[in-house]
Design a protein around this ligand. Structure first.
Ligand code: AMP
Ligand code: MN
Ligand code: MN
Ligand code: MN
Length: 290
């Protein structure tokens, strides 16, 4: 299956195991309704939803590729790495996930302290209330708490003023470095993919630097298309990936219904000689001969 024709594959999706709003089962139902035959569940720093999604996918005759979107830091920027693999998550991956759970917990305490300083009393309790209480907290939970407390009119403003890149609630020190993350993924037999490369606000030169380091550290792919993307930038990204021999992945980064995105909503992939991630020799068995 070529990249240009892959309209039934989505390798970046979130469920209620992280900051998505559909349960893993309901997410698979929606993927199936939308005609997808192959999906990867890539919740932030957790694989808690993977087993339930895999079961539902099997029942629907779909292929579910196990995955996770890992929080990392690189040169003071929070970079997301999607890891995909075949079969069970191996110990180097489960150890990394344990470390990330602690990091997310400690980070939430720090974010809460900082938001209290700008007027959100009992920030941790408020964020927990927004999350439903059953999982680790993310910035969207704090964003919703800021909205609920009337400190900002909407989520977009919550990120713009308090939680987005460079703002007081953007805490990255707890995340493992890109290097540590890529080592764990490699030792676990997984394949590491740069998530949404165009969404870090990096200049073209720094994006090139990121991709150089990522490749040198054993990273093997990048998302050529993430959700809706400008065609010109997509073509340029294709050439940046080709230069480094990276595999190309595709994903919507879907979180909830009612927004602009749904599973499988992707801009068309630019023409390129890039090899799709489903042809990676270590992943091909997970993709069931796509
Ligand atoms: P975290 O993983 O806790 O750092 O939270 C990051 C998540 O916040 C992203 O994966 C998005 O789901 C969400 N997010 C980031 N920026 C925005 C924004 N401007 N508006 C709404 N949600 C956002
Ligand atoms: Mn998210
Ligand atoms: Mn992300
Ligand atoms: Mn994501």
């Amino acid at each position: 299956m070529s990249l240009e024709r892959a309209r039934h594959i989505d390798l970046h999706l979130h469920s209620t195991a992280s900051d998505g709003r559909l349960s893993p089962q309901a997410l698979m139902d929606l993927c199936h309704q939308r005609g997808l035959s192959c999906a990867a569940l890539t919740d932030h720093d957790t694989i808690d939803g993977v087993e339930a999604a895999a079961q539902q996918a099997r029942a629907l005759g779909m292929t579910l590729v196990p995955g996770v979107e890992l929080s990392t830091r690189w040169q003071g920027v929070g970079i997301h790495v999607v890891a995909l693999w075949h079969g069970e998550a191996r110990p180097p991956m489960t150890a990394l996930l344990e470390r990330l759970a602690h990091a997310r917990h400690d980070r939430a305490l720090e974010i809460a302290t900082r938001l209290e300083k700008v007027g959100l009393e009992n920030a941790l309790e408020r964020a927990r209330e927004q999350s439903g209480g059953a999982r680790l907290l993310g910035r969207p939970d704090f964003a919703r708490a800021l909205v609920a407390a009337g400190l900002v009119p909407d989520m977009a403003r919550a990120f713009k003023r308090y939680l987005g890149s460079g703002k007081t609630g953007d805490v990255k020190v707890h995340w493992p470095t890109l290097e540590e993350t890529l080592e764990s993924v490699r030792l676990a037999g997984g394949v590491a993919v740069v998530a949404h490369p165009l969404r870090y606000g990096l200049t073209r030169r720094r994006l090139g630097l990121l991709l150089d380091e990522f490749t040198a550290l054993g990273g093997e792919g990048a998302e050529l298309i993430s959700g809706y993307q400008n065609d010109d930038r997509g073509r340029d990204l294709a050439s940046l990936l080709a230069k480094r021999g990276l595999y190309a992945s595709l994903g919507s980064d879907f979180h909830y219904q009612g927004g602009a995105l749904a599973p499988g909503t992707l801009s068309a992939a630019p023409r390129s000689q890039l090899i799709p991630i489903w042809q990676h020799p270590r992943l091909a068995p997970a993709f069931d001969g796509l």
